[in-house]
Design a protein around this ligand. Structure first.
Ligand code: GDD
Length: 405
């Protein structure tokens, strides 16, 4: 089915945005048109009375589908944002003086990072300097979150991976996030900024981009189901490494973990309640040495966010077809994994040889992270976060949404 096309939502100029920001608690969420950004915006609009400014990169084709339901929300505003433009980042931060800056914008597709290593670095790493410098100069009280990744652990040394696991990235993407983490740490320790980067393991949902394996599978299952039901021939779903193991959580659960990380003084008994004063728009750079002190910053920490369960891509495929009530059977010839197929299994127990899935070596990566499993003990214990949606519920929700579409 063709994707619906969405109209562009109104994008505010900085001058107009400033009027909405006046005397409000301002939250900037970059990457707001993506899965995590849009779920974060929904969560904060429902659970706070803060003014939400969503940063989106200007494209000539509208990518506003994930936030189109917020178009008439008076507390949600779209602004132009590009991580590679230091000048515009500085403009936005100096004018809006946010209390929270949540950076979900990124070059987030691991496979593309081999094709565009320099662009991945510019977007995911160099941009940290632009944002952190602007926060330091214009609103050092701002709480900053950067999206970190289990890809930083890479070629894992032990399982499950916790906060002490060494960084051993296997992709330009993983390296870019590992380096960004060091920058966030340096700014936290040098200037006392509330700047953190959690380690989010894979997290999925109904707004997931179609290039990521889970959504690629659930979209294809919906397409194949439709064709089987209507008797139309179909092409199989083509995948790469079926044996990769991932710890998949629900993205809506994960944005709550991010918000808890940004408000540790409310959730953790280990840190004091410091009651930071927000001077908002009355604040100028010259003011802050008078009242700002690094000692105001609580003893903040960074957390692994994961479901604590891992499954192979193969299991995701099986579960997704099961939800659509299509039975299949794996076949492999000559012990060559690239010959592997998942073949349609008819209700009478025979197979007519139609492939539902086949392996295509083009989807393999130059280097793979084979086994990711996160240890979420720390965030569960200290910030009282709990993953709510199970693996089966997540697959069901995604497949059912794509079946309806
Ligand atoms: N995308 C994709 N497409 N992946 C495939 C395919 C395919 O056709 N076939 C097998 N895979 C395997 C990949 O090799 C990888 O091992 C696994 O499926 C998951 O791939 P992705 O869904 O693309 O996610 P990712 O694990 O590389 O990265 C995601 O999670 C990270 C956290 O661990 C992204 O969201 C990253 O931005 C995030 O940091």
């Amino acid at each position: 089915m063709e994707k619906e096309s969405y109209e562009f939502m109104k994008i505010l100029s900085i001058d107009d945005a400033k009027k909405f920001a006046k005397e409000k608690v301002v939250v900037i969420i970059t990457g707001v048109t993506g899965q995590d950004g849009s779920f974060m915006a929904d969560y904060l609009l429902q659970n706070t009375d803060y003014e939400i400014f969503g940063g989106a990169r200007r494209l000539s084709v509208s990518n506003h589908e994930n936030v189109s339901h917020l178009e008439n929300n008076p507390r949600f505003h779209l602004i132009n944002f590009d991580l590679t433009d230091a000048h515009s980042i500085s403009q936005i931060i100096s004018q809006l003086k946010p209390s929270y800056f949540i950076n979900f914008a990124a070059q987030s597709f691991v496979k593309s990072s081999w094709d565009f290593p320099a662009q991945t670095w510019e977007t995911n790493t160099t941009s940290m300097i632009h944002i952190l410098e602007s926060i330091r100069l214009h609103c050092p009280y701002c709480r900053f979150y950067n999206a970190g990744s289990s890809e930083e652990f890479g070629n894992v040394a032990y399982t499950p991976q916790d906060e002490s696991h060494p960084m051993r990235p296997r992709s330009p993407y993983g390296a870019s996030k590992a380096a960004a983490r060091q920058l966030v740490k340096v700014y936290r320790e040098s200037y006392g900024l509330y700047a953190i980067q959690g380690w989010l393991f894979n997290h999925e949902g109904t707004r997931r981009g179609e290039e990521f394996v889970t959504r690629k599978i659930t979209k294809a299952v919906a397409r194949i189901k439709h064709n089987i039901d209507t008797g139309v021939p179909f092409e199989p779903l083509e995948l790469g490494n079926l044996d990769a193991r991932r710890d998949w959580s629900d993205a809506e659960d994960c944005v709550q973990a991010v918000w808890k990380m940004l408000n540790q003084d409310q959730y953790s008994t280990r840190v004091p309640d410091i009651n930071i004063k927000y001077p908002f728009d009355t604040f100028t750079t010259d003011d802050y040495p008078n009242w700002w002190t690094k000692d105001l910053i609580p003893n903040i920490t960074e957390y692994v966010v994961s479901s604590g369960e891992c499954h192979t891509v193969r299991e995701f495929v099986e579960e997704a077809f099961k939800v659509a009530e299509i039975q299949g059977q794996w076949y492999i010839t000559d012990d060559d994994p690239t010959s592997e197929r998942y073949v349609y299994w008819k209700p009478d127990g025979t197979t007519d040889g139609i492939s539902l899935v086949k392996v295509n070596p083009a989807f393999y990566r130059p280097a793979e992270v084979d086994h990711l499993l996160g240890d979420n003990t720390k965030i569960v214990g200290e910030l009282k976060w709990q993953p709510k949606v199970t693996f089966k519920e997540l697959v069901k929700k995604m497949v059912e949404t794509d079946l309806k579409a």
